[in-house]
Design a binder for this molecule. Structure first.
Ligand code: MG
Length: 440
């Protein structure tokens, strides 16, 4: 009797979802870029006076995120404080997504140091177990980027995220259906992704302290207690039923996500107004995306990339959270004019909104600035509606007008191509970060 050689996917994973989370990401990137920082307590966020990321050496000395630099310096006199370099972090992030995409078909860029991959069916396709595939990608990330990752494999995103957090750093946790109850019995409800402070308190008042106790409740309990849809989704996801597909665009709701947009233009240009218009178009793009997700940014960074691959960048903390382009263009323009060097050929610009918070959570400030911003948000709400109906960029700000100029003449294009073909060594030398392949 001949048996067919068709492989079937592991039934322990109705969906196989992997979450990758860079360990102490910003600090690790800094240590990767400068060997002198390796093995030392490193803290990023020097420009804002409070720690945004800490190396494991710093964490071991009792300092934590958000701590003031003065306090950190007092506790750890040999600490190395560096300014955030969002351009470098973004390059590492892009490379991270690209490496995961080399193996997985569906990848969601969740934040600057995290992504999800749906590898369902890949076990049968590759003749390897889901565990082997997830570990293979982890290995690829760690050898290419030189930083470690916490990795979780599970049948849903919420479970994968809980798994990647377990035993950090440099960890791998797999949660097939049969292991879920034991794992969740030891996981506090408050540590579950999407459980806010007030929801956690409510759960605890109802006698639910662990995620295990939560999934033991029948669905009717959630209905009786009038829990909103996001909590019902979490309940399904924790029970191993995927209701939040990977690939769905989403950004962090509590200051962890970022939104980035870059554009390369050909041929490169020395025209200041044209380069600024390119930057303005990117600002419009990230703002539209932020509004689509109902978030607003407390920080923004941008870069200009020259024809010989030099990056000039600035990172700015915003006193008032913003997601409207007119305000951001006004905020960034003086920085742009300081960075821009006349006579230099530029080939790309990019903007990243970071420290994202829910737009609904913005607290009004003393001077009413956030109220004024709020009324502009209404104007851009109308802009969004028009662009949704008639196509992207139907309506845009005057600042980006020049970026829509007619396609360059053939000769110019040819010239641009020739300059692009620099010897690889020269490109590596020009970058102020390790060469990680084409990322922009
Ligand atoms: Mg991380």
């Amino acid at each position: 009797m001949v048996r067919s050689a068709v492989r079937i996917s592991d039934p322990e994973y109705p969906r196989a979802i992997v979450h990758f989370d860079g360990d102490a990401f910003f600090a690790s990137v800094e240590q990767m870029m400068d060997w002198r920082l390796r093995g030392r307590p490193v803290v990023t966020g020097g420009e804002r006076g409070a720690a945004t990321s800490l190396s494991y050496e710093a964490k071991a000395r009792g300092v934590h995120r958000g701590m003031l630099m003065s306090e950190i310096r007092r506790r750890v006199p040999d600490v190395v404080v560096v300014r955030s370099d969002y351009t470098a972090y973004s390059i590492f992030a892009k490379r991270m997504y690209a490496i995961v995409r080399e193996t997985a078909h569906v990848v969601e860029e969740y934040s600057i140091d995290e992504c999800f991959a749906d590898i369902t069916g890949l076990d049968a396709e590759l003749g390897k177990s889901y565990e082997e595939i997830a570990l293979y990608i982890k290995e690829q990330l760690q050898t290419s980027l030189g930083i470690t990752f916490g990795v979780g494999l599970a049948p849903s995103k919420v479970l994968a995220k809980a798994a990647s957090k377990y035993n950090k750093p440099d960890s791998f946790t797999a949660l097939p259906l049969s292991r879920i109850p034991d794992f969740l019995a030891q996981t506090s409800i408050g540590s579950i992704w999407g459980m806010g402070g007030s929801a956690t308190l409510r759960m605890m008042k109802l006698g639910v302290d662990t995620a295990g106790q939560f999934i033991d409740k029948p669905y009717g309990w959630l209905v009786d207690e009038k829990f909103a849809k996001p909590y019902k989704d979490i309940w399904h996801e924790l029970r191993g039923v995927s209701v939040r597909p990977v690939g769905e665009e989403s950004v962090g709701r509590s200051g962890i996500g970022s939104i980035m947009r870059t554009r390369t233009f050909t041929p490169p240009s020395t025209d200041r107004s044209y380069v600024f218009a390119q930057l303005a178009q990117n600002i419009e793009g990230v703002c539209a995306k932020a509004r689509r997700h109902g978030v607003t940014a407390r920080g923004v960074s941008f870069f200009l990339k020259t024809q010989d691959f030099q990056y000039q960048s600035r990172s700015i903390d915003l006193p008032v959270a913003l997601n409207t382009p007119s305000d951001l263009i006004r905020t960034l323009s003086p920085h742009f004019y300081e960075l821009f060097i006349p006579g230099i050929q530029y080939r790309a610009t990019g903007v990243t909104l970071h420290t994202l918070i829910s737009a609904a959570a913005v607290t009004p400030d003393l001077f009413g600035e956030s109220v004024r911003v709020g009324s502009r948000a209404k104007v851009f709400g109308a802009v969004d509606a028009i662009n949704r109906r008639y196509g992207r960029n139907t309506l845009h700000t005057g600042a980006s007008l020049l970026s829509y100029a007619a396609t360059p003449a053939r000769r110019g294009l040819h010239e641009g191509r020739l300059r692009f073909l620099l010897p690889i060594e020269q490109r590596q030398k020009a970058l102020n970060v390790p060469y990680l392949g084409e990322v922009l």
